[in-house]
Design a protein around this ligand. Structure first.
Ligand code: NAD
Length: 357
């Protein structure tokens, strides 16, 4: 076996996993030396936030249910101000990437540690990456202060995630593993996690689709999302994430569904240039053509398969390709205008992925 040179930088993270784990929040908060924490969540999940707040008892400083997609700066400032007013010394972020993103923004501005309780499979809880949107532009950065001090994965809290969102969120997680497998800064440990994360998630999603209330199926998906999230935090993402970032930013397409549609095409684009990744994914999914396997899986699970159905017009292909080319991410296969435009056209129409674009 050829072992390429690598460096591996283990992120300090603590995870508690299991059904009912959320009941251990007060103990977890005390263990971190925190007295009073502000619970942040999305408006749609205020009830969950209140349940968490009650479970925290005297450790809760209150609930701020204002998290929104891509962390608008006004919301970040409001949350920070509220935390200061309430004399909070930490935040518990309950929800998907939006709620955890808000917790991270408070950590960035005020240095308050974050305890994350993820309820989707997006993976933000495992990364030191923050994002804040101001005047329609999202700024992102890496800062160790925003990496949650502790993460509680409780599958009971994911049972309410609608099946459709669970499927696309699961594909969003798999995208992190796929791109970690061909990242220039990958390492053998991260590649193992990526292969196992991709395997676990692809196996769990049909079970969640069939029995959305089944805690074993939900636990398996959450386990997959944990591993995929670690991969996202540890490596540099490539063309797939760049495409989704641009499609989300320019056309406001939904985050997880866009990942779901684009991923088979981005993987096919890189197929010949990333043989090790293809081999790992073939092993994980017992499939000789992993890009086709992903596309078939999304069809079987009834997720969107075309950017057209997400709201993109065919005439958008050119400007999205130009925007991707303006500042492309490092990628195994050369990123050319023609190649990206052809990829986008295929993803727009919903046709199967084809390598060698
Ligand atoms: P989200 O957090 O916006 O959640 C989507 C919707 O689902 C929200 O309305 C939320 O209230 C609801 N929801 C979440 N969990 C639920 C549950 N268990 N039951 C019922 N409803 C539930 O979406 P997301 O896909 O988790 O996160 C996307 C955002 O996270 C994007 O802004 C993305 O850029 C960011 N993100 C950041 C990182 C990072 O490392 N910084 C990583 C991944 C995603």
């Amino acid at each position: 076996m050829f072992l390429r040179s690598f460096s591996y930088d283990a992120a300090p993270m603590r995870v508690r996993f299991g059904a009912g784990t959320v009941a251990e929040l007060p103990e977890e908060v005390t263990r971190l030396g925190l007295r009073r924490v502000l619970v942040v969540c999305s408006p749609e999940q205020e009830q969950t936030g209140q349940v968490i707040s009650r479970a925290l008892g005297t450790h809760s400083a209150g609930v701020l249910a204002e998290a929104r997609m891509h962390v608008p700066i006004e919301v970040a400032h409001r949350a920070g101000k509220r935390a200061v007013e309430l004399d909070a010394d930490g935040c518990v972020a309950v929800g998907g990437g939006s709620a955890i993103g808000l917790g991270k923004a408070v950590a960035l501005e005020h240095g308050l540690p974050v305890v994350a309780v993820p309820t989707t499979y997006a993976g933000s809880e495992m990364t030191p990456v923050w994002g804040i949107t101001e005047n329609g532009r999202k700024r992102t950065g890496r800062d160790r202060r925003v990496l949650p001090a502790s993460v509680l994965y409780d599958p009971e809290l994911t049972v309410g995630l609608p099946v459709g969102m669970s499927m696309t969120s699961g594909f969003n997680a798999i995208a992190h593993a796929v791109e970690a497998l061909y990242a220039t800064d990958r390492s053998p440990i991260i590649s193992l996690m990526a292969q196992e994360g991709a395997r676990a998630m692809a196996e769990a999603l049909p079970a969640v689709a069939a029995r959305s209330g089944d805690l074993d199926a939900r636990a398996a998906a959450l386990y997959g999302s944990w591993l995929c999230g670690v991969c996202l935090g540890a490596t540099t993402m490539s063309l797939h994430h760049k495409l989704c970032h641009v499609l989300g930013g320019v056309l406001d397409l939904p985050h997880a569904a866009t990942h779901t549609v684009v991923l088979p095409h981005a993987l096919a684009y890189n197929q010949d240039a990333a043989p090790d990744a293809i081999e790992a994914l073939s092993r994980a999914w017992n499939a000789p053509d992993p890009a086709r396997r992903l596309w078939d899986l999304s069809g079987r699970l009834g997720t969107p398969r075309s950017l057209g159905e997400l709201g993109m017009a065919e005439s958008d292909v050119g400007r999205i390709a130009e925007e991707v080319l303006r500042d492309p991410y490092v990628n195994p296969a050369p990123v050319t205008y023609e190649g990206v435009a052809e990829l986008l056209r295929a993803a727009w129409s919903g046709e199967p992925p084809a390598p060698d674009r």
